[in-house]
Design a protein around this ligand. Sequence first.
Ligand SMILES: Nc1ncnc2c1ncn2[C@@H]1O[C@H](COP(=O)(O)OP(=O)(O)OP(=O)(O)O)[C@@H](O)[C@H]1O
Ligand code: NI
Length: 376
Amino acid sequence: MTTRSPEAPGTPGARAADEPVLSVRGLSVRFRMRTGGDIAAVTDVTFDVRPGECLALIGESGCGKSVLASALLGLLPANARTVGQALLAGPEGGLGDGLDLLAAAERTLARTVRGRRIGLVPQSPAAHLTPVRTVRSQLHETLRELTGVRKAGTGKVGTGKVGTGKVGTGMAGLREPGFRKPGLRKTRLREAGEAAAARAAFPADHLDRHPHELSGGLAQRAATALALVGDAPLLLADEPTTGLDRDLVDRTADELRRHADSGHALLMITHDLAAAERIADRVAVMYAGRIVEIADATTFFGTRGPRHPYARGLLDALPERAFTPIPGMPPELGDLPPGCAFAARCPKATGACGAVPSPVDGVACHHPEEDPTCSN
Ligand SMILES: Nc1ncnc2c1ncn2[C@@H]1O[C@H](COP(=O)(O)OP(=O)(O)OP(=O)(O)O)[C@@H](O)[C@H]1O
Ligand code: NI
């Protein structure tokens, strides 16, 4: 027996051995504007997410986080152009039979990817819930699809090949033989729906409401419950804690963490650095469409801190830290400077910053903080 040391220091060994669920290489998104010119919403983004891992994507409003998520799901508007590759692991869990999300047909994305292989907690949940149906009925529909039971009396159970086969809380009963009996199925479905709601801290006594009868925070929790119950191997959660009180933020974050711990990959987009610190394994920092730093979360939030000046500035702006905002504003994505987009706001900028910095050890900066673990 041979023991191999993990190739990536700082990555938990068991996870490093797993192939990514999602592998993004050189992804760029441009919006062509009618007035002429392009908006460079996402530029040359590269990252992986592995099973059991939570990657938090952070950065100021308008830096391209949601556009990145939309690109992965094939949900960009017609004036968008993408380049690069985004491989989603195949049903057997490997990238060998993976699907390039950027090249896939809309039909494939609609039938086999959205909701099945990639779950989404959308940034505007109210707009994504079906307006004419109660939360309970939307949960039941998702649960039925997942277990292959199309309509009452078909007796088809457990035929659906959805997700990893690792079934979320409350689902197991739906696959038992007794579930063929319509009465029992109804009871189990109800129980599973309520269990799913509880996971996202959605109150059971609001399940029979329609989306327009929900506050923003409740719509958020309904969308999270729906996304979790889909049991997809990859979950994209776009600001899943917006509009929630602090204790609900913590409960939602903890539930998402448990979801990752049960083997799912989680890409969490968030403004909430406390939530990111609570659950992320790694942090990716985006600025003006580019990922400027990817780091281990413990290092990033710990005493060593981030290495990119923008990432350091984000943390220093927090009230519980230095409470010092980063001076200036991010550049217009339709009019980016030729070199480092952060240079105009950066205390360390020099003439070298007139060129775009290439990432070295996860940091794209000409003047990063020293990494004491590097010998060179
Ligand atoms: N359909 C579109 N056409 C043109 N520009 C767009 C379109 N959708 C988004 N953008 C632009 O792309 C940029 C990135 O937007 P995005 O929504 O990804 O930001 P974000 O990082 O998610 O911000 P927030 O934190 O506020 O949600 C913005 O400048 C936005 O105006
Ligand atoms: Ni967004």
